[in-house]
Design a protein around this ligand. Structure first.
Ligand code: SAM
Ligand code: SF4
Length: 332
């Protein structure tokens, strides 16, 4: 199907929409949410499934062909399977993925796959129970590992495992994660810690450059670069030189920004469009939608919003201002 391509003012085609379906979460990863009581958005402020589908259809009509369901923890939202099924059925959509902490995945992965979910990314930052508890505030490593197994068994291939590397917190586990990738045949992707945390604990010294992690793994398990044709792919990918299964990827937004090829846009659970993870402004499409906007009004609003997409983030500039909303509210 020949669909139009929506381009921003820097000529970047917008292909990838991340939809946060809730700001709630059952974990309290310290780099994402505070440990004290969170103030959740009241239910009426959260987009209904009907509204999400309406907006997703407009985006897909404008050339978006990748959708990712995220949160907060998306699996906390009731009847997620029905949403996935409806998103997967939008004509013109070619890739439907989800990011989850996998706590609730056992028993549901098959239905999600049947409903049209093609890929899954599971977040896991430590392979030892004690450290996992410290990082997430929950003693549930076993549930996440079981969730990863259930995703593999359901054939959600490749299963990607996202690990945020932080100096002095979990960087000693880089090689263990590589062993995990080889043993399970999953794609482990190390993400540089970004200043999007609620506790404002981010410090540049805590960021482990992806290159440092790669060198550490390479010493034990030599790696070979996987060349990707997809310029907008965020991860630099490597395979094991000895042919072992699994892959290692590095998402280096701090030390090797990829803004020049960014094809992403975000819809928050409360109906705001964000043109960059680090935007300090949001665009209220929910208000427009709920005021009885026509399909054409929505198209016009989205096109005008995409025009405003930032050229790049400013994490590395002295004038950088951390966004007010954290990752759990924006949707990672
Ligand atoms: N709850 C789901 C999960 O954890 O997979 C989905 C939402 S979570 C906000 C999406 C991703 O954002 C996770 O992989 C998480 O590790 C990542 N993330 C959250 N805060 C981050 C930060 N400050 N820097 C880098 N990645 C972060
Ligand atoms: Fe929850 Fe995911 Fe944030 Fe952890 S990273 S607190 S699992 S939303």
């Amino acid at each position: 199907m020949n669909l139009p391509v929506l381009k921003d003012s820097f000529g970047r085609a917008i292909r990838d929409l991340r939809i946060s379906i809730t700001d709630r979460c059952n974990f309290r990863c310290f780099y994402c949410m505070p440990t004290e009581a969170m103030e959740w958005k009241p239910k009426p402020e959260i987009l209904t499934y009907e509204e999400i589908i309406t907006l997703a259809e407009v985006f897909v009509g404008l050339g978006v062909n990748k959708l990712r369901v995220t949160g907060g923890e998306p699996m906390l939202r009731r009847d997620l399977e029905s949403l996935v099924e409806r998103l997967g059925a939008i004509p013109g959509m070619s890739d439907l993925a989800m990011t989850t902490n996998a706590h609730f995945l056992r028993g549901r992965a098959e239905a999600l796959k049947r409903g049209g979910l093609q890929r899954i990314t599971i977040s896991l930052d430590s392979l030892t129970p004690e450290r996992f508890s410290l990082l997430t505030g929950r003693n549930e490593l076993h549930r996440v590992l079981d969730g990863i197994d259930s995703a593999i068994e359901a054939g959600l291939h490749p299963v990607k495992v996202n690990c945020v590397m932080m100096r002095g917190i979990n960087d000693d586990q880089a090689v263990s994660f590589a062993e995990f990738a080889r043993a399970k045949g999953v794609h482990v992707r190390f993400i540089e810690f970004m200043p999007l945390d609620n506790g404002k604990v981010w410090k540049r010294e805590m960021v482990i450059p992806g290159e440092e992690t790669r060198a550490r793994i390479h010493e034990v398990f030599p790696l070979e670069r996987v060349q990707s044709e997809n310029l907008s792919e965020t991860a630099r990918r490597w395979r094991f030189a000895d042919g072992a299964p699994g892959e290692i990827g590095f998402i280096n937004p701090v030390t090797q920004p990829f803004c020049g090829h960014c094809s992403r846009i975000r819809l928050t659970a409360d109906g705001q469009i964000r043109t960059c993870l680090f935007s300090n402004v949001e665009h209220n499409i929910k208000a427009l939608l709920r005021s009885g906007a026509t399909h054409d009004d929505l198209i016009e609003f989205i096109a005008a919003t995409i025009e405003k997409k930032e050229e790049r983030h400013h994490i590395n500039d002295p004038e950088f201002v951390q966004p007010l909303r954290t990752m759990s509210c924006i949707g990672g």
